[in-house]
Write a protein that binds this ligand. Sequence first.
Ligand code: 13P
Length: 257
Amino acid sequence: MSSRTPFIAGNWKMHKTVAEAEQFIAGLLPRVYSADAVDVAICVPFTALQAMVDSTRGSRVEVFAQTMHEAAKGAFTGEVSAPMLSELDVHGVVLGHSERRQYFGETDKALAQKVLVALDAGLKPILCVGETEDERERGDTERKLRHQVQEGLERLSPEQITEITIAYEPIWAIGTGKVATPEQAQDAVAFVRALIKDKAPEAAPVARVLYGGSVSPDNAAELLALPDVDGALVGGASLDPESFGKIVDAAVHIAAS
Ligand code: 13P
């Protein structure tokens, strides 16, 4: 891990009612109380945002949404905008998760606008990128990452790029238990950083790049120790305060070493 502050974010996806979220956070807060050297976030369903913002106030846990619309308001049934999230004191938003791209038709073009709108609203974006298994087997990983990163950052100024977090999530590793090898994760994350550098040299040492895909308490230490990996976007293992807390602990140990 680098000199950048490690960032461990848990993406709950479509899990947890408000009551379950409250139970989770009661278990997590004491575990991460002294994790000073690490930034911690939970990315929760819209319905749990207000409750989690209230329950984490004054703690080191930030609360993120999992998606948002690029327009401030309008006839977009079912959608939520950046001003609606900021009003709740939400800290950030996950954008372009592969599940949003695959099941809900999220496009690179819309994402370029969403990243800009999120930053303008004071929300920290986590932009997700990653290749399918077929793309990796065909040797197209870098081409895919180049396309997604370039499109995602297209509308940002160099100063705005310093504020972005990119999560490299190989689609074949999401929810499969098939984690990327340390070499695959390091190569892809370093490639993403090189793409950031091409676009904004001053942002490359500052912007954080995370790894996501089957991160667990068992493999976190090895992944987080990789030189270019600044943290993790954790799915399944973030649903339980004990396993998520262990991943935060792994980041604390590496930051201290
Ligand atoms: P898993 O950790 O369950 O593989 O999910 C990763 C992910 O999609 C996080 O956004």
